[in-house]
Design a protein around this ligand. Sequence first.
Ligand code: ACO
Length: 324
Amino acid sequence: MSIRSEIIGFGHYLPNKVLTNDDLSKMVETSDEWIRTRTGIISRHIAQDEITSDIAGRAAAMALKNASVNPQDVDLLILATVTTDNTTPSTAAKVARDLGMRAGAPAFDISAACSGFVYALTMADNMIRLGQVKTAVVIGAETLSKIVDWTDRNTCVLFGDGGGAVVLRAKEGKGDASDTGILSTCIFADGSMYDNLKTTGGVSSTQNAGVVFMNGKEVFKHAVGSLSQAAETAMSDAGINKEDIDWLVPHQANIRIIESVREKLDLPEDKVIISLDHHGNTSAASIPLALSENIESGRLKKGDLVVLTAMGAGFTWGGAAVRL
Ligand code: ACO
């Protein structure tokens, strides 16, 4: 027997304001046709009077309701984000307060950009399997619109705001791939790629947040290899093959990156979850957002074997195999 982390609740939240490609074409020299064909994105959501803790809190509240778990019974909260409310304390601490979690339960942020949710899931899963905690909330939430340069067409068309969350609970399993819950996780980083995707500032260097800068071609090249490798590692660590999986849920960055990964992994089109068309790249929020929306619509079902794969600034990347 071994302890598994089962996902018992899913939640997501997107701010009300929608920014379409046509709206963007009035702000910078671009077109709906260029953005659709190069990225697959049609629209994105933009936070107006909400900040990251609001979005994270709404996604987490939905996940807790979906799991029928009282916030007082949560032992751990991890929030993956690069757009924190304040430099310190962590935005996770604020979300824990807003949700009404009990004093004493640990809460912290993780910064691993678009891989943040997979990093956070890995930490929570390990703490559950070690017996340190029983019930954990893992959130990815971003207000990327606050760090995008709205005059730079190379980047502003790509990103959006939103959040997604899951509730994990310890459960006894057999220790093989027939278990429900998280079967494997893996995370990686390569700091030599630091300058290819970053903000132009930060607290220590410029005393401001800076704006997103991206070497798009370099990111594209590495993203395909890293996303494929993380998915393959997650599958082999879980003792499963690509034929076994029901769904690949990749980080929702760009349809062409996802399509190249699908081809590299030799998976059929109908096994890949795509949701970026209506929310763009929401960084750490993208995977839990895609999971929750597709659980809600009934596309993802209890018992499905799902592989998650993410890649982002750092560069960081990682994956997980999960039986829902
Ligand atoms: N509208 C119109 N034209 C544009 C736009 C735009 N929004 N942005 C760039 N262009 C222009 C460029 O200026 C360039 O013009 P030029 O030839 O006169 O210099 C031309 O389009 C082609 O530019 P390329 O960079 O060659 O375009 P490419 O086909 O590579 O697509 C893109 C650019 C979409 C950014 C691509 O490189 C990409 O997908 N990179 C990965 C980036 C990504 O998804 N990042 C997300 C964050 S990282 C992550 O989440 C993994």
